[in-house]
Design a protein around this ligand. Structure first.
Ligand SMILES: Cc1cc2nc3c(=O)[nH]c(=O)nc-3n(C[C@H](O)[C@H](O)[C@H](O)COP(=O)(O)OP(=O)(O)OC[C@H]3O[C@@H](n4cnc5c(N)ncnc54)[C@H](O)[C@@H]3O)c2cc1C
Ligand code: FES
Length: 272
């Protein structure tokens, strides 16, 4: 993990309120693992001391990028920054996803909205291709569909308003597919259900639903728990979630022990 002030290569609008920020960071880029994040200090912001966490989306040569949604003053200020301006980053942070092995479990990635950002590097570095289930409120929330297809992954889309893909929640589609595959023993002819593994990133409600589905179908799942963060490096305890221990549960930090946790470890009854 390094702290560096780095230059913006580009900061372009993707769809609607989503932007792609590319940063030149030759010392950080080679260290990045799928599912890790960068803690970004947006220098023009008045309360610039408070960093914002973003999943690392892509790595290319000496650059890495993030894919972010403008939701408040930090991301709004970030969206106004231009090439050659600078941000300060601490990266790469956190404990990421386990990259699937060739011939091992078939990965099913499940993402809601900007959750797709945490998935790209995993899909790119996984020698085992699988299926991406992506959901959003509407068409503009469905990100990177073509980029995942270009990596050789099958992409299934849902939107809540039905403007793209199937109408409904991404977890409903996942559940229906797993139910079907349990009945006829295959999921799109790729694999038997006992040979699947789920990886998910998105809103907490979606992750909780994925956790329940994993339990119901006895499929392992790794979830990226994006809790609100302050320090990002394990000191302030803002980001804790309840994690099962041998005889109960304890709080663990999503910024250091996570953000990726095995779903069977999470004590959902106690989550906020
Ligand atoms: C590990 C991790 C990875 C993340 N990856 C991405 C990513 O790849 N792309 C992306 O767009 N965002 C990502 N986020 C969320 C991102 O950090 C917040 O959207 C951002 O900090 C908001 O800053 P702001 O100043 O614009 O919003 P604020 O003005 O601080 O808040 C505006 C609104 O956003 C809500 N909000 C703030 N932080 C979060 C959060 N962590 N989760 C949900 N709601 C939040 C606030 O409650 C408020 O309603 C990630 C968060 C974590 C913890
Ligand atoms: S954000 Fe401070 S301990 Fe995790």
């Amino acid at each position: 993990m390094l702290e560096q002030t780095v230059q913006i290569v580009s900061n372009e609008r993707d769809t609607d309120s989503y932007f792609r920020l590319v940063l030149r960071a030759p010392r950080i880029a080679p260290l990045i693992q799928p599912g890790q994040f960068a803690h970004v200090r947006i220098l023009p912001l008045k309360d610039a001391l408070l960093r914002r966490p973003f999943s690392i989306f892509q790595v290319a040569g000496d650059t890495f990028s993030i894919l972010y949604k403008t939701v408040g003053k930090g991301t709004d200020a970030l969206s106004r920054m231009r090439a050659s301006e600078e941000v300060n980053v601490i990266a790469p942070l956190g404990h990421g996803f386990t990259v699937p092995k060739r011939g091992g479990e078939v990965p099913l990635l499940v993402a809601g909205g900007y959750g797709m950002a945490a998935m790209y590097l995993l899909a790119q570095r996984s020698p085992q291709k699988g299926i991406v289930f992506v959901g959003g409120r509407r068409r503009a929330d469905v990100l990177c569909e073509k980029e995942f297809q270009a990596l050789g992954w099958e992409v299934r889309v849902t939107t809540q308003d039905g403007s793209h893909g199937e109408k409904g929640l991404v977890t409903e589609l996942l559940h229906a597919e797993l139910r079907r595959s349990r009945a006829d023993k295959t999921l799109t002819k790729r694999s038997k259900i006992r040979n699947l593994k789920l990886f998910a990133c998105g809103p907490t409600g979606m992750l909780k639903a994925v956790g329940k589905i994993a339990e119901e179908f006895k499929v392992p799942a790794e979830l990226s728990m994006d809790e609100h963060m302050c320090c990002g490096v394990g000191v302030c305890l803002t980001c804790v979630i309840p994690v099962k221990t041998g005889d109960g549960w304890e709080y663990q930090r999503t910024c250091t022990e996570g953000p990726v946790f095995d779903s069977s470890q999470i004590e959902w009854e106690v989550t906020k």
